[in-house]
Design a protein around this ligand. Structure first.
Ligand code: HC0
Ligand code: SF4
Length: 580
């Protein structure tokens, strides 16, 4: 341990602690820009390049970056002398000298870390402007918008794309004034190996990386009297949306959200969690099917089975593991199952022609925008899910429509596609899909009632987790990975024949969907992810039904329409195939 003085406080910290970490512990809020470190997850970037966090260390001539300077015994640190404040302000002014001055119309306005710093440092003039501005590429993909003029070279996106996700779609190309962050050879993102996980957007401090915005398109559809516009909301949205209205992270706002969606003008408000229950029926049956064949000595059965509900993960294995395409479950994601059922079963029941029906999804995810645009999820060019809106986009719509969110009463989802069990709710956090599957697989396989539905071993934010479940003497081994880097390690083991699992859940985003690229920005705070995850487990615990196969509307859907899981009709509507 070392003891040091920071401003007027004395503090003792373990050896290796940085000045920034020590200061944070005693409530001193040193500003940062390039630095990000979500403790307890793998999201980290610390190039110590922006120099916004400089402090004075007694006995040293130069100012020191707090993010990269380790505390030493007897050190005296000053975080807010005039010299320090002026240095920070000059750094901000220099960054602004090569940054477009269009804050008013920037999609990041109000949420931009550079803008916030300019405000905090009282920047009132731009002393270094007037020179040339670097002109860099803009690109609009199905999910992500790149406006590299706004890039400040913090390298956060590069760190998450390369180190956390191991996708390698973003890096520095060209030199000097012409440097930009882009796919290799300055190719388009849409032509690169980008999975659209959106983690680059989640960490970008400025407006260089943002989401493809569909809010205007939605407002036009809602205004069109010839269209029936219905919505499905993903599990992770309800525990994060409140943050956009000043509520603490992890405040469940399900009822207010449903009410707000009705106010916006949706004709029916449904729940993706219903389709999550449906996914468990199909995927769980696939698990049971492969296990039974395995136990009967079938040498050709593919194990482990991998979940397939995260489109960035699907994109990742299609690009990087084309030799393993027969391992993942063929089940479509809940978003796509919902769209497919809505535009067949439900539309037929309601007598609504397909071309009049608009299915919108509210997702914590940017890859979902890409997913609903995939050709295999369209019928004669008409998509099962027309488009997807992020949690952040929904918040802006609610604000634009003058809806006083915090004062709204609760409203219930419509039926039949609004009813879900607790199993569907926990899909939104890492480990939740596996836990939901285990609840059903256990009961169906053993024929006995599961007394305790909480599989604590698969919960938490550890990068890779494993658990063994006793099914009437058979030891079912399951694994969970979140973050594509962790997924890659598991897949490489499988490819090399070192597999210990029967089933694996993979979600691309650290934390699962609660940490998705379309969520309210966490600005580097891991406690926000923990709070959202906890809230989902609490919502699950309060549900009267907690096992997908007990959802009465799912049972009815099979009786009236699909027959049974993995039936021919279920295959046609609820399953897919993969491409490389
Ligand atoms: Fe997710 Fe989903 S849990 S991927 O993160 O499986 O986006 O929230 O909607 O589809 O249900 C996202 C979240 C979903 C889907 C569900 C799954
Ligand atoms: Fe989207 Fe969830 Fe996958 Fe992230 S983990 S890419 S939010 S589906």
């Amino acid at each position: 341990e070392v003891t040091l003085q920071i401003d007027r406080h004395s503090i003792t910290v373990p050896v290796g602690t940085t000045i920034l970490e020590a200061a944070t512990e005693i409530g001193i809020n040193i500003p940062t820009l390039c630095h990000i470190d979500l403790k307890g997850t793998c999201i980290k970037n610390n190039p110590a390049s922006c120099r916004i966090c400089v402090v004075e260390v007694e006995g040293r001539k130069n100012l020191a970056p707090a993010c990269a300077t380790k505390c030493t015994e007897g050190m005296t640190v000053r975080t807010s002398t005039l010299r320090v404040m002026n240095a920070r302000k000059i750094v901000a002014e220099l960054i602004l000298s090569d940054h477009p001055n269009d804050c008013l119309t920037c999609p990041k306005s109000g949420n931009c870390e550079l803008q916030n710093l300019a405000l905090r440092f009282n920047v009132r003039e731009m002393p270094f402007t007037g020179g040339e501005l670097s002109l860099r590429k803009r690109e609009v993909t199905s999910s992500i918008v790149r406006n590299m003029d706004k890039c400040i070279f913090c390298r956060r996106c590069e760190s998450v794309c390369n180190d956390v996700q191991t996708v390698g779609a973003l890096g520095a190309v060209r030199r000097g004034f012409n440097t930009t962050i882009a796919p290799a050879f300055d190719k388009k993102m849409s032509e690169s190996e980008c999975t659209y996980c959106g983690q680059c957007v989640a960490v970008c401090p400025v407006g260089a990386l943002t989401e493809r915005d569909h809010t205007n398109r939605l407002l036009e559809d809602l205004d069109d009297p010839d269209k029936v516009v219905i919505v499905q909301t993903a599990p992770a949205v309800r525990v994060a949306l409140g943050e956009e209205f000043g509520l603490p992270a992890g405040t469940p706002v399900t009822g207010k959200m449903v009410y707000a969606l009705r106010e916006l003008g949706f004709n029916y408000v449904f729940d993706t969690d219903f389709a999550a229950d449906l996914t468990i029926m199909e995927e769980g049956t696939e698990v049971l099917d492969r296990l039974t064949r395995f136990l009967n000595g079938d040498k050709n059965v593919c194990l482990p089975i991998l979940t397939s509900c995260c489109p960035a993960w699907v994109n990742f294995f299609e690009h990087h593991f084309p030799d393993l395409l027969n391992i993942p479950s063929t089940a479509r994601s809940p978003q796509q199952m919902f769209g497919s059922i809505a535009k067949t079963y439900w539309a037929e029941k309601m007598g609504i022609p397909r071309e009049k029906l608009v299915v919108v999804s509210i997702m914590p995810c940017l890859a979902k925008k890409y997913e609903c645009d995939r050709e295999e999820f369209k019928v004669n060019g008409n998509p099962d899910v027309d488009y997807s809106i992020s949690t952040r986009e929904l918040a802006t719509l609610i604000k634009r429509a003058n809806i006083g969110f915090n004062l709204l009463p609760n409203s219930e989802f419509d039926n039949p596609m609004g009813e879900s069990t607790g199993a569907g709710v926990i899909f939104g956090t890492t480990g939740g899909v596996m836990e939901a599957a285990l609840r059903s697989v256990y009961e169906i396989y053993t024929g006995t009632t599961l007394e305790n539905v909480n599989f604590e071993h698969v919960r938490g934010l550890e990068g890779v987790r494993r658990a063994t479940i006793n099914l009437n003497g058979f030891e079912l081994k399951v694994g969970i990975a979140h973050g594509l880097g962790n997924a890659r390690r598991l897949l490489e083991d499988i490819r090399n024949g070192h597999n210990e699992y029967h089933a694996i859940e993979i979600m691309a985003c650290p934390g699962g969907c609660i940490g998705g690229g379309g969520q309210p920005l966490h600005h580097g705070r891991a406690d926000i992810l923990y709070a959202r995850s906890r809230a989902l487990y609490e919502e699950d615990a309060q549900k009267p039904l907690r096992k997908s196969h007990e959802n009465p509307y799912i049972q009815k859907l099979y009786e009236e329409y699909l027959g049974k899981p993995l039936s021919e009709k279920a295959h046609m509507l609820l399953h897919t195939h993969y491409f490389n």
